[in-house]
Design a protein around this ligand. Structure first.
Ligand code: COA
Length: 143
């Protein structure tokens, strides 16, 4: 397994994984437009030459949002998600980021536990945030 910076050529693999992992995936176009931005930082996780995980963040000054993060179903529970998250936090810190935010579905207990275990605190709840009406939990970590 190796983690490297997200490159333009990763778009279709990431978009495929996004569809595999979420009921409301970002479109390929939305991922492409976001990943092109100057304030984007993305990493991908490769296993046997295949992209099986990704994380994407936007940052401005000392704040960042983690917008995208997932690991392929076949490779979950092996510590790769937390490694990806920790690497992303390291890259954000190098870029002078001090506060990192993310939103997670209330029902997504695996992800919430993954973030809590890495020191993210639940700071707010947004009622009906997702298109299917589910609430979002906003989490923050100081790095
Ligand atoms: C969330 C996700 C990225 C975690 O990746 P992963 O590789 O499966 O997780 P890891 O094996 O690195 O475990 C990280 C933490 O997740 C939690 N976790 C993992 N598997 C779990 C399980 N089966 N049950 C409960 N918690 C679990 C634990 O808190 C674990 O931390 P710990 O090892 O310190 O206890 C992955 O489950 C995923 O892609 N889910 C679908 C997409 C998604 O929901 N993304 C987040 C959107 S906000």
């Amino acid at each position: 397994m190796k983690i490297r910076f997200w490159e333009e050529r990763d778009l279709s693999a990431v978009a495929d994984l996004e569809r595999e992992c979420f009921s409301d995936p970002w479109s390929s176009q939305a991922i492409e437009e976001t990943a092109k931005r100057q304030d984007f930082i993305g990493l991908v996780l490769e296993f046997q030459g295949e992209v099986v995980g990704y994380v994407g963040c936007l940052f401005a000054f000392d704040q960042a949002d983690i917008l995208l993060i997932a690991v392929s179903k076949n490779h979950r529970g092996k510590g790769w998600g937390k490694t990806l998250l920790e690497k992303a936090l390291g890259v954000l810190k190098i870029n002078q980021v001090q506060n990192v935010f993310l939103e997670v579905r209330k029902s997504n207990l695996v992800a919430r536990s993954c973030y809590a275990g890495r020191g993210f605190k639940e700071i707010a709840e947004r009622k009906g945030y997702y298109s299917d009406g589910e609430d979002a939990i906003i989490m923050e970590k100081e790095i």
